[in-house]
Design a protein around this ligand. Structure first.
Ligand code: F0G
Length: 463
């Protein structure tokens, strides 16, 4: 469908050498890292699919824009260019830069959240959930029930479950829900897109109950590309047009520039609501910096403005989504059960299914991530029980419906041959599956535990 047959629409001007390591060395490195891939040194990783966040390659246009950075504390020219770009592409009137997406989330939830309030979301990303919990709120995930059928292809698995959303809104006492959030694309359920129809209907529900709808816009351009290629009525619309319509349903958006603004650091909060903007501005000064720099250098704002112009180009998105689809093909050939269809930024292996001999509290996704590193130096990330953390009241593991392993593809960084190497690694791990041991914590931090936790395998490692 959206797999382009043409080669990349760019060529490579600068390269970064990769170091090769032996299986024996990698076994040592991962043991030293407490079996936590986050604690590895990146020089010991061959293909780094840990995240697509801030790991992309900037274009020559972005690198030259960096040189134009105006580093004035206030009223920087680079801010003006950045602001105009967000206004033009997304249609919001007011734009506040932040150091990254979670900076914008912090401002948003400081304004809207109080102890005991509930935030419904098609599915919270972990930092968003952590911010809600930090303010004493409840993060309620309302994913499309289709996501549980990982092997079935369905075009908009990222959608909000509107039936449940209506039910929650009707049953909640007035004031209990301060806002509704929608995450584009829906990262935690497989990078799956949300349809325009679902977004529009969510906005209608928000209006019916007098609530603001806030879009977590990290991967807005990838979402727009899926709408163009999968939703009737949008095939002849430009990506820019689709993005404007998507954003027209939101009162505000939080954005991590590290994804679809094609930069290594940056983010923003945008809205057309003057009073929200004024409140946000006050908190922005406290948390991030003066409103025309927001925790960033002027040059970062230049790079983000240029990145936003590039990300809405069809050719860029065809390469991007096409490359992720290619990785999906390679993984299917290697025998891994992947979440179908593949997402916009990553392919997810259904680790719960593939490592069926391990229980969720033996962390099958985590075990698989260790195996891919040991076998081929491939770094990936568990999106399962370890990431989900503990339930705030019961303190039991907050088991998600699926135990997934995410292989996120950095933008414009790896070639198809790197992805084929990942396929070989996955195939080799597939031969040892039944012998892969589960994992247990040896150190478990209380918040966002996956980043710094340490583990030990529950049995000997194969080979
Ligand atoms: N929302 C979503 C959907 C995200 O995927 C992320 C980050 C954020 C918010 C926070 O943005 O990192 O700039 O503060 N996701 C990265 C990932 C870390 O690996 O998926 P940030």
């Amino acid at each position: 469908m959206e797999h382009g047959t043409k080669a990349e629409s760019y060529r490579i001007k600068m390269v970064e050498p990769l170091r090769s390591t032996t299986r024996k060395e990698r076994s040592q490195y991962i043991e030293t890292a407490g079996y936590n891939p986050f604690l590895l040194s990146s020089q010991d990783v061959y293909v780094d699919l840990l995240t697509d966040s801030g790991t992309g390659a900037m274009s020559d246009g972005q690198w030259s824009a960096l040189m134009q950075g105006d580093e004035a504390y206030a009223g920087s020219r680079s801010f003006a260019r950045f602001e105009q770009t967000v206004q033009e592409i997304m249609g919001f009137d007011y734009v506040l830069p932040t150091h990254q997406g979670r900076g914008a989330e912090n401002i948003l939830f400081t304004i809207y959240l109080e102890q005991g309030k509930t935030v419904p979301n098609n599915t919270h990303f972990d930092t968003t959930k952590a911010h809600v919990l930090h303010k004493g709120g409840r993060a309620l995930d309302l994913p499309n029930p289709d996501v549980l059928r990982t092997q079935e292809v369905s075009p908009f698995k990222g959608n909000m479950d509107l039936t449940r959303l209506r039910q929650v809104l009707e049953e909640s006492p007035p004031g209990a829900i301060p806002l509704i959030m929608m995450t584009l694309t829906n990262n935690s359920v497989g990078g799956q897109p949300v349809s325009m129809a679902n977004l529009r209907a969510t906005r209608q529900l928000a209006d019916e109950f007098g609530l603001p709808l806030v879009i977590d816009a990290c991967r807005f351009a990838e979402n727009a590309y899926f709408i163009k290629h999968r939703e009737a009525g949008y095939e002849d619309r430009s990506i820019r047009h689709i993005v404007r319509e998507m954003m027209s349903y939101a009162h505000a958006c939080t954005m991590s520039g590290k994804k679809d603004a094609l930069v290594n650091i940056g983010g923003f909060l945008a809205t057309s609501d003057r009073s929200l903007y004024e409140k946000a501005q006050t908190w922005a000064v406290l948390f991030e910096g003066f409103p025309t720099y927001g925790g960033l250098a002027g040059r970062d704002l230049e790079a983000m403005a240029q990145g936003l112009q590039e990300v809405v180009k069809e050719e860029y998105l065809a390469d991007r989504v096409g490359q992720v689809a290619y990785l999906a093909r390679v993984l299917r050939q290697a025998g891994a059960p992947i979440v179908e269809p593949p997402g916009g930024h990553a392919v997810y292996i259904d680790a719960g299914r593939w490592l069926g001999h391990l229980r969720p509290d033996e962390f099958p996704g985590w075990s698989l991530s260790v195996a891919l590193y040991v076998e081929g130096g491939v770094r990936s990330v568990e999106i399962g029980t370890v990431l989900a953390g503990r339930h705030p009241h019961t303190q039991h593991h907050d088991h998600p419906a699926l135990e997934l392993l995410r292989l996120a593809v950095p933008r414009r960084v790896y070639t198809h041959r790197h992805l084929e190497a990942v396929g070989h690694t996955v195939a080799k791990v597939g031969e040892q599956l039944a012998h892969l041991p589960g994992m247990r914590f040896t150190y478990e931090p209380p918040v966002l535990r996956h980043f710094t936790a340490r583990f030990a395998p529950l049995g000997p490692w194969p080979g």
